[in-house]
Design a binder for this molecule. Sequence first.
Ligand code: SF4
Length: 355
Amino acid sequence: MAFATFSIVPFVRCHFRSEELGGPAFSVTVLIMKLHPEIAKRRNTIVEEHFCGEFWKPCPGTGAGYHCCGYQILSPLTGCGMYCTYCVLQAYLGREEQVVFSNFADLEDEVRSKLAAKEGIIRFGTGELGDSLYLEEQLGICRRIAALLEPYNNVLVEFKTKWDDVRGLDQIKVPGKVVIGFSMNTPAMIECLEYGTASLDRRLEALRRCEEMGFWVAIHFDPMVWYPRWESEYRDVVRRVFDALDDPAHIAWWSLGGFRCVPALKARLKERGLHLPLFSGELVLGEDGKYRYFRSVRVDFYSVVREAVEEYRPETTLYLCMESDEVWRECSMDRRIPGGLPALLDKRAAAMLAI
Ligand code: SF4
């Protein structure tokens, strides 16, 4: 028996058994550091700052031949009180605290003035630089954004989360213009990689409650992570999502993405001794300068989940996040985007908005 251990306490345990891979019989117990209390405390510190830049930016995508969904990002805050080891924000933001921008009125003015000059479907999201719901009970930012966007018939907003406190969302007057997007993973990966987030059970219960309140819901399997039993366990999460919902037609869309990251994240995790579970296999450097799994692994991920979702509801709007033409084709999903990925999601949004 071999043990890969990190020397920082306290630990949680993740077990990987190589015999499940058909390899020699040994088991590896990876002891993963729980977040250091000091870091957890800093991540749960909230500071207010005036923001001088643009609150609304198009999703940067990465270009380089990968399909982007054409999402519009609103950033009323940055940072997150939870901690996923793969989270790219730790490489981008350079600080742990959650920063809430005090000049929300400027965000409102900017959005109103830019929307006056826009036509066609606009899909907003707020979960790019932090978790959309983590501070909702305290700050009510989602409620304010939903109210801001409510008068625009062509606009949808998605609040993406790994959190499960959805109580305050019942104050949103028109839930039919709002998508609550749940990032889902397998219980094993949530335990290993997503410190402080809601468990899968809790996320599924929150998903159910959001559907009950009249919201659209979205599912994000991103990042999918390779480990023994990944296939059966991701299939099981698909099953549990459909079991949790009363009517799967309430799924706005469902995205898939394999783990990928900028090289700076690997260096950052190495400093903390947290890189092994994510970087123990081979990754390739993509055209966009990000590490990702080999194409065959990504195609396996997406083909398995596509098949599983289609067993329940083939018409679910399923898409790949930042993937190439080859991958879309090899997992038989290219027929979904004859007009491109943004067109697929705009069409779905138009149907949801009944326009
Ligand atoms: S919940 Fe989202 S924003 Fe928070 S640490 Fe995890 S990936 Fe980052």
